[in-house]
Design a protein around this ligand. Sequence first.
Ligand code: VGL
Ligand code: ZN
Length: 205
Amino acid sequence: MRALVLVDLQYDFCPGGALAVARGDETIPIASRLMPHFSTIVATQDWHPPGHKSFAMNNPGTKEGDVIDLGNTRQVMWPAHCVQNTHGAELHAGLDRSKITEVFQKGTDPQLDSYSGFFDNGHTKATGLAQWLSERWVKQLYILGLATDFCVKATALDARQLGFDVFLVEDGCRGVELRPGDSERAVAEMRGRGVAIVESGAIGA
Ligand code: VGL
Ligand code: ZN
């Protein structure tokens, strides 16, 4: 069985959003074209409480882009984004919500960030996605979304580590690019860990 994994296709990562990714909205029609080709579709949703420690505003003395120690991880300071029950946290309405089998929320622990759809950044708690997929005999994951260099990468690498066959739909991803080239380096790292890099046009029934 295969599944389509839509990573963080939320307004805050699209142009005009709080943590806007350049051309992030171009992922939406690509996701929509692929959805009819999958019977199992999961979406991850970045879903932070207002006091989340990944927000610079919640760490006095820091500014956006700084990196601090948080638990046993290094944490980038982000602008407040994907705050629970705000418009920015909603999945983009260009997606047919009725075709998404299940949504997995992450980043809900105020003390810990979670880029991956599977585990928090400290790898201490599972979101339940891995078990959910294995209960449905899913072995192949087609992953796309936002952002290439953070949540998409973390999700794909965890998926590989968990033993899934992983296909990154590269044209369905856009990156934050804190440093130019981050997305390209992220794709190279994924490829190096056994992720197959594919284009959406090659995917059909
Ligand atoms: C993401 C930074 C902070 C992402 C989420 O979806 O890639 N990036 N929170
Ligand atoms: Zn976040």
